[in-house]
Design a protein around this ligand. Structure first.
Ligand code: ATP
Length: 483
């Protein structure tokens, strides 16, 4: 049975949807979702969640999930108008993709839902939209000019080029054939696209959206009258001159990111509850000792010290729930901690949210603790004071970024496409069971009877709905059934 509970944290009220379940004779309570800060909003959200659960249960009884390869998904996306290779009539350009009439709707819905969940539904978050090209010093300060690179290697066996990380030289194997890489071919490869501005100036296409958040941080803090802890969110294009773009949208040269920088007073505690979610947890220790990852509650991983900071556990659960709430299959997710050799020098901990793609477990979202590295660097390079006045402690503070959840729109797009492929046993056809909030088409109007009065009524409904939603007007129902 599901019910709403109210919790008081630091004099503020938060509503959650809980469920009681009998497990081995004992009644256990599980938190299903965070519902917001008002009773009215919580009731509405709870109803939505419970209705979609009921509908899901009914549909699931008739459907069977289909496993498809990335090549099959690529072909499907082209056939149905989701995604085309960019410039295909000229032979295409590796790493660049165009979204078709359904793809653009799904992608826009995905971004809209991300924005609602992370910005509108929170009091501690505001958004910005930074420019794609900015002052080149931004990229010097961030460290990208000097060290944003991969290692280019060629496989000894199949001769295909690949990218590896610096710490993988000598150990990595080729993804295509499992062969070893020729170390003699290993060279550093810079990932930023250089561009000319005007006649003589130069800069770069941004390789991430995050730096624009740091450079605007103090303006936003003051103009939006934020108080720590708070976050700034952004969605936008990023460009990386990837050595070997592959796996359809997974690794491309032009993509979009949905990123947050979450700022706190150094060492402050997280006031929010960590949602009660179970997920496959692959700690750095388990990877180093070759131990199989285990399913655990994110909360418990925090108590056991596997996840070091409460804020980090909170954001990992929050990000996992973004996918769960939109109907992704939780069994296809895990969180993987970066090993010491992967960690940037300024980062004390980093976890990736990974998805079990047909080509293996891969990162879809990085969630790093960046401390005060970025703001300090921009203070140093710009010679501007980026400290802010904290009205509680009456001091000037350079906040720490406790978490930087950074999610690629296209990787999330792939997740929802894979998780929504089902076979309808009753009708014997493949269907795409996307969450209604993501679905490219919200409704289709089919006049049941071929009579003017019915058709006029159907058209009126269509005209009303299309004012707010993407709806289609179908052919006469009987004509469709005849096919
Ligand atoms: P990878 O190790 O797969 O190259 P990364 O660790 O370099 O990824 P980040 O810099 O953490 O990636 O970027 C944050 C997010 O941006 C990634 O989790 C991913 O979703 C997305 N992203 C990064 N590079 C690409 C790319 N080339 N194509 C599509 N999405 C990308």
């Amino acid at each position: 049975m599901a019910f709403i509970v109210k919790k008081k944290i630091r004099e503020k009220e938060y509503f959650y949807l809980n469920e009681n379940k009998r497990v081995s004779g004992k009644v256990k309570t599980k938190t299903l979702a965070y519902l917001g800060k008002t009773r009215g909003g919580a009731e509405k959200r709870a109803e939505e969640i419970l209705n979609s659960k009921k509908l899901d249960k009914k549909i699931n009884e008739e459907m069977e999930q289909q496993k498809i390869s990335i090549e099959e998904l690529t072909a499907f996306c082209k056939r149905k108008g989701f995604v085309y290779q960019s410039g295909e009539i000229y032979g295409g350009l590796a790493g660049f993709w165009d979204f078709g009439h359904l793809g653009v709707e799904l992608k826009n819905n995905l971004k809209k839902e991300w924005w609602k969940y992370h910005v509108y539904q929170r009091e501690d978050m505001v958004g910005i939209d930074g420019s794609i090209i900015t002052h080149p010093q931004v990229w010097k300060a961030s460290g990208h000019v000097d060290s944003f690179s991969d290692i280019f290697v060629v496989c000894k066996k199949c001769k295909k080029p690949s990218k590896i990380d610096k710490n993988e030289i000598g150990t990595a194997k080729c993804d295509f054939c499992g062969g070893s890489f020729d170390e003699k071919t290993a060279k550093e490869f810079k990932l930023m696209f250089k561009i000319q501005i005007g006649e003589s100036a130069e800069s770069y296409l941004r390789p991430e959206t995050a730096q624009l958040i740091f450079t605007n941080f103090k303006f936003v803090y003051e103009n939006a009258r934020m108080k720590l802890p708070f976050g700034i969110a952004q969605i936008g294009k990023a460009f990386r001159n990837e050595i070997a773009p592959r796996d359809f949208l997974f690794r491309s040269r032009e993509f979009e990111q949905m990123e947050i920088e979450y700022f706190i007073k150094p060492d402050s505690k997280c006031p929010y509850e960590v949602l009660d979610d179970e997920i496959l947890i692959y700690s750095a220790e388990a990877q180093e000792k070759n131990i199989v990852p285990s399913i655990m509650k994110i909360k418990d991983a925090l108590v056991k010290g596997i996840i070091k900071k409460d804020w980090h556990a909170y954001w990992l659960a929050t990000e996992f729930n973004f996918f769960k709430n939109l109907g992704a299959n939780p069994k296809n997710f895990r969180i993987r901690q970066h090993k010491k050799t992967e960690l940037a020098h300024y980062s004390s901990d980093c976890w990736d949210l990974e998805y079990n793609f047909p080509f293996g477990w891969k990162e879809i979202e990085g969630i790093a603790d960046r401390e005060d590295y970025d703001l300090s660097q921009h203070e140093k390079f710009s010679k501007k004071d980026l400290k802010v006045f904290d009205s509680d402690s009456k001091e000037k503070i350079l906040p720490h970024v406790i978490c930087e959840p950074s999610l690629g729109v296209e990787r999330a797009f792939l997740v929802f496409m894979f998780d929504s492929f089902f076979f309808d046993n009753k009708r014997k056809n493949t269907i795409l069971k996307l969450h209604p909030k993501l679905s490219p088409v919200k409704a289709a109007i089919f006049p049941i009877v071929k009579k003017t009065e019915f058709e006029n009524m159907a058209k009126k409904i269509f005209e009303d709905l299309r004012k707010d939603l993407h709806v289609v007007y179908g052919k006469h129902w009987k004509e469709i059934r005849k096919k």
